[in-house]
Design a protein around this ligand. Structure first.
Ligand code: GLP
Length: 261
């Protein structure tokens, strides 16, 4: 199933020359430790933080380290609110690629987030557009303290694919061919071609934004996002509109490509 394609409205862009803060670590493990430490610090300062969680392979060592830190230093996530960044549609939480399944296993359980504060996207909703609207209303009910992001094919953030307007809110997205190729051919996952995702507008509303990336391929997406034009053709370039609220956590391999001009 596909939705009719949307045209990105032209955006008025103020030139922004400041780059986000970038923390570079020698290894993936160290980059994950730095990002996890930042997440835990934010919750230490604000135990009621509302957090949007990216999923994906990148975040696995980050969330494992957060869980380890919780046991080691007594920080609690029991008062935090947890939000999804995105979910494939239609998707049963038991599917190997379900982000809801991932979040339950790697975040909600290990971080001890109570049921009432786990705000799940329903990948099995009858009407995905209505489900996106429900989720948008939920997000509008409180400010997001921290949005945690990865980066994917074409520089997508969440499932905001190339061409997505920067002011878009939670919506149903047609996945880009590159994303479908990654999932079907590289990862051998039978993912659907639609997803529900927070929009770039929601992401940019967050008080703090962190993006984690490792390796040269992601470094290349980031090189375009950091040094190319700020344009919907490169969704992650939108992060340059809020440089003082964004921190990138990169391993050396991603950084050496991302910072080359
Ligand atoms: C996925 C998701 C993103 C995720 C990104 C990176 O498709 N839509 O939310 O951050 O791509 O995923 P990974 O870390 O598995 O490469």
């Amino acid at each position: 199933m596909r939705l009719p394609e949307q045209q990105a409205a032209p955006v008025e862009l103020t030139p922004v020359n400041t780059l986000p803060r970038i923390e570079i670590a020698a290894t993936i493990e160290e980059a994950a430790r730095l990002a996890a430490g930042r997440i835990v610090n934010i919750v230490n300062r604000d135990p009621y933080a509302a957090i949007t969680y990216a999923t994906g392979q990148t975040m696995i060592p980050v969330y494992a380290e957060v869980a380890r830190l919780l046991t080691a230093n007594g920080t609690t996530f029991v008062n935090t609110e947890a939000f999804h960044l995105d979910e494939y549609f239609p998707t049963d939480p038991s599917a190997a690629y379900s982000f809801v399944g991932y979040v339950r296993e790697k975040i909600f359980g290990p971080f001890g987030i109570p049921l009432a504060q786990r705000h799940e996207m329903d990948g099995l909703a009858q009407d995905p557009i209505a489900e996106a609207a429900r989720y948008e209303a939920l997000l509008a009910s409180r400010p997001i303290s921290l949005a945690i992001l990865g980066i994917g094919p074409g520089g997508h953030i969440g499932f905001n694919e190339q061409g997505t307007p920067f002011d878009i809110r939670t919506h149903v997205a047609n996945l880009a061919e590159e994303t479908i190729y990654r999932d079907h051919e590289e990862r051998r996952l039978a993912t659907p071609e639609l997803a529900i995702t927070q929009g770039i507008g929601n992401i940019l509303d967050a008080e703090q934004i962190i993006l984690v990336a490792y390796g040269s391929q992601k470094g290349e997406y980031l090189r375009k996002a950091l040094h190319g034009p700020i344009t919907p053709d490169c969704p992650a370039s939108a992060l340059r509109l809020a440089p003082d609220r964004v921190t990138l956590y990169l391993d050396q391999e991603a950084a050496s490509v991302a910072l080359s001009t």
